[in-house]
Design a protein around this ligand. Structure first.
Ligand code: ZN
Ligand code: ZN
Length: 273
């Protein structure tokens, strides 16, 4: 038996209710239990940009049936939170309000996957769309300020999401401190509104040295009075679930966090780390 020093939680996970994930929710739950995760939030993709291949795929009634059924089966081994990852909630406020009011969600991630509604930050073309990759990142962080200020979310996900995909464009030259003022403006909105950010460990499993966002952003957030921090693997397969949580905890502690946020019906609850 493996003993863990803190309660392991994974607050960013996908299942086959997201179009880019092939694994049923039950596989992800079993993998989480095996990985020692005691609480998991399933945050399926909710996209309204018609260009996105995941748009309008999320079957909400089927998801809620699954959540309720698996809570009955696995509820004594793991707490299952009903989450949703909304892309660009600031651009689609009406659709966002409709879906958030339709179900008793526990947890809402706000994400920026499409810059200015038309540039897919996942694609190599994003890094050359404005002449150079530094300008692409600058524009990304500027729009993230609007999301942070106006969007409906609990946690801003992967604040530097394009950093996952532009390695060919920027190699070792990416240093998020170049955009410190833009990022501090994002964090100020988050702090003022009592929202939070996540440490997304997805890049670590791909061999990158830093999560999204890098540790220094977690330090800035704490220094600015940030209270709510979640960690998530952004898993799209069972072997991703619970990945690199220990590393994320170490980053959180080094920044001065003594607690992580968990959510029930969108109310934060702090757990010690
Ligand atoms: Zn995402
Ligand atoms: Zn995700």
């Amino acid at each position: 038996m493996v003993l863990f020093l803190f309660m392991r939680v994974d607050y960013h996970c996908h299942t086959a209710f997201s179009k880019d994930c092939d694994y049923p929710m039950e596989d992800q739950i079993r993998a989480a239990i095996t990985a020692g995760v005691r609480e998991i939030a399933f945050t399926e993709h909710e996209d309204y940009n018609p260009e996105d291949f995941t748009s309008f795929f999320f079957d909400h009634p089927a998801y809620w049936n699954a959540i309720r059924a698996f809570r009955r089966v696995y509820g004594n081994r793991i707490t299952i939170r009903a989450g949703i990852e909304i892309s660009e909630p600031h651009r689609y406020p009406q659709a966002t309000q409709e879906i958030l009011q339709a179900y008793p969600w526990d947890f809402v991630l706000g994400s920026l996957h499409w810059l200015e509604g038309k540039y897919n930050t996942f694609l190599p073309s994003f890094f050359s769309a404005f002449g150079n990759w530094r300008e692409s990142f600058r524009r990304y962080f500027v729009e993230m300020q609007t999301l942070a200020a106006e969007g409906d979310y609990d946690i801003l996900s992967h604040i530097d999401y394009p950093a996952r995909y532009g390695y060919a464009a920027f190699g070792e030259n990416y240093d998020i401190s170049e955009w410190e003022s833009e990022i501090r403006a994002i964090l100020q909105h988050v702090v003022t509104r009592g929202k939070g950010i996540e440490i997304n460990t997805n890049p670590l499993r791909k061999g990158r040295l830093e999560p999204n966002p890098p540790a220094i952003v977690v330090n800035w957030f704490r220094e600015m009075g940030g209270q709510h921090l979640t960690i998530g693997s952004d898993s799209h397969a069972p072997h991703h679930v619970g990945g690199n949580l220990d590393r994320a905890i170490a980053i959180a502690r080094a920044a001065g966090f003594t607690h992580l946020a968990t959510y029930e019906r969108r109310q934060p609850r702090l757990i010690a780390i």
